[in-house]
Design a protein around this ligand. Sequence first.
Ligand code: WTA
Length: 683
Amino acid sequence: MADTGIESVLSENRVFDPPAPEAVGAPRWLISSMDEYRAMHERSLRDPEGFWGEIARELHWFQPFERVLEFNPPDARWFIGGRTNLCYNCCDRQVDAGLGDQTAIVWEGEPVGADGPEIRRLTYRDLTLETARLANALKSLGVRKGDVVTIYMGMVPELAIACLACARIGAVHSVIFGGFSAGAIVDRVLDADSRVILTCDGAWRRGSVVPLKDNVDAACKTLAEQGHEVSHVLTLRRCNNEIAWHDGRDHDWHEMTRNAGDECPCEPMDSEDMLFLLYTSGSTGKPKGIRHTTAGYMVYTYTTSRYVFNLIPDADQVFWCTADIGWITGHSYIIYGILPNRVPTLMYEGAPNHPAPDRFWEIVERHRVTQFYTAPTAIRAFMKWGDEHPARHDLTSLQVLGTVGEPINPEAWMWYRKHIGRDRCPIVDTWWQTETGGHMITPLPGATPTKPGSCTLPFFGIDAAICDDEGNELPNGSGGLLAIRSPWPSMLRGIHGDRERFIETYWSRFKVEDPRYPSPSSPSPWYFPGDGAKRDSDGYFWIMGRVDDVINVSGHRLGTMEVESALVSHEAVVEAAVVGMPHEIKGTGIAAFCTLSPDHTPDGTEAAEALKDALRAHVASEIGAIAKPDQIRFTDALPKTRSGKIMRRLLRSIAAGEQEVNQDTTTLEDYSVLAKLRESDEG
Ligand code: WTA
């Protein structure tokens, strides 16, 4: 396909059939054959309302829905007229069913003392009580239904409690990953017009304390300068690091929840009431607040959790997703999809290599983890650390392994299968996005034969295809654009405050008329995720990566523009171009090409190195450590087309160290720039 430049290079012929459930110690497979999968998938597309309506009725409703779906592209409404509450379905529902003593959350702290790490177990009753108390505390601070509460915390149980407490009273949460800097908090708080922030004094990370409250204080100061007052900051004591205190604004978490009442009824929420905002990178500089609503998100994350991970209550399962709750993976597969399935969800506070590189395997062994869900970048790090670390541990409890976040290279897949799954466990490579809310293309562990590197086939209700811009489906084997041709319950409902960007980013790419949705062809009735992909001769999907200016660093999305704006906000940088480059552990690393102001041109290698370090630190303070460039090159000029567009393709091949630039350079404005760029030192 010439227009997207998508080319498929992988050729992978290994196929692994699903094992018998006994082989992995699973009680049974919920879906145990391809025939069963195909029949259910076919029905889910033919009769989405019947299919999703039946599943939705397994959950609790204060008021039943009247209709399942109404879709006026790009706007979908699911479970119309229904009233439910996701916190109720995660916590209270189990208590009301007499199952309040069962374990909901197992938490392990990072520091390891003489008696081992701190472990906390919360039952559904504990969780109900704690969310009710915090919800009452929030109410006493004036938080009402629809208000946006910002949450910037470490991975402690109170983070999950904070999300659930918001859901309980109908406040909208906006969780900001604890690895982001004060600058990221400012942007998100402003965009969401949020007045209340929940945080911790600090978070443990690889033995040191990340000063979360200090970052919040710095953000509040900047916000105040911009005329935005944060009214309340509620701080949980975790690390007991020293923090500043602002009387009137700051509140102590323990004190407030101790004094709050134990009873707080769950607010009956309309199906389409907003549940949360989660900011993610796009191809412009400004992160976008992805909106998710209540019932569709609840039903879809519940269903995908159940079938993709084969969750079965009362079967001694322990589910562990290693993501941070600050990302969509943590929202959907630590909290909201797992708790209603009544299987304990494990939360771990810290780094995978603290105090030693076998920490994860120690956790799997200690808690008898049955489902383990992680990212390819983590798997590549495990490979590098050495086979001996998992080998030392009893991993026989594992039943299903999962990956998410980026395409997994077949070598990492094979390592995962052999060294973690011990050649027994099926691997589910789940393709999805912040915007999709839940898994979209994924194997089912007891049904789908898997191939290393392929996310295989669409989940129930998902009509996925590989298309060109006109919406023509391309033959198997050709690379093209991934398209989702019908709505699904947990689809995003918008970008907060930016209707135009919502339509333009997701609902404009495919110029199609679809008779199922009689409406003008713009907005398009088909969803465009921004990924390129191909299907093989079995119809399996292989994701080839982003087709826009988004790069996927360690499975985390960053817009090249965001990093560029951070770089040019440094006084030494006049212009910057950022591209992805291959990276052994991160999958994609960040390469930055900068032109410097004459006053700041470094004199000699040492000064150049010092400036590069300063720029890296600057990007970390503007965005967060994950955005630090791996490679910085100084250059007199950037290669541009005659119309002034930076030629990123060229920069990509230079960053990748390709000697010959086999790309079309006919529109390049200044050929000498290329040669100079290749000479510019890296590092
Ligand atoms: C990429 C994370 C290949 C993809 C849940 C997508 C993947 C973006 C996979 C979304 C996978 C995610 N195989 N690529 N299994 N999972 N991606 O919003 O490019 O952080 O568009 O959601 O990650 O990233 P996000």
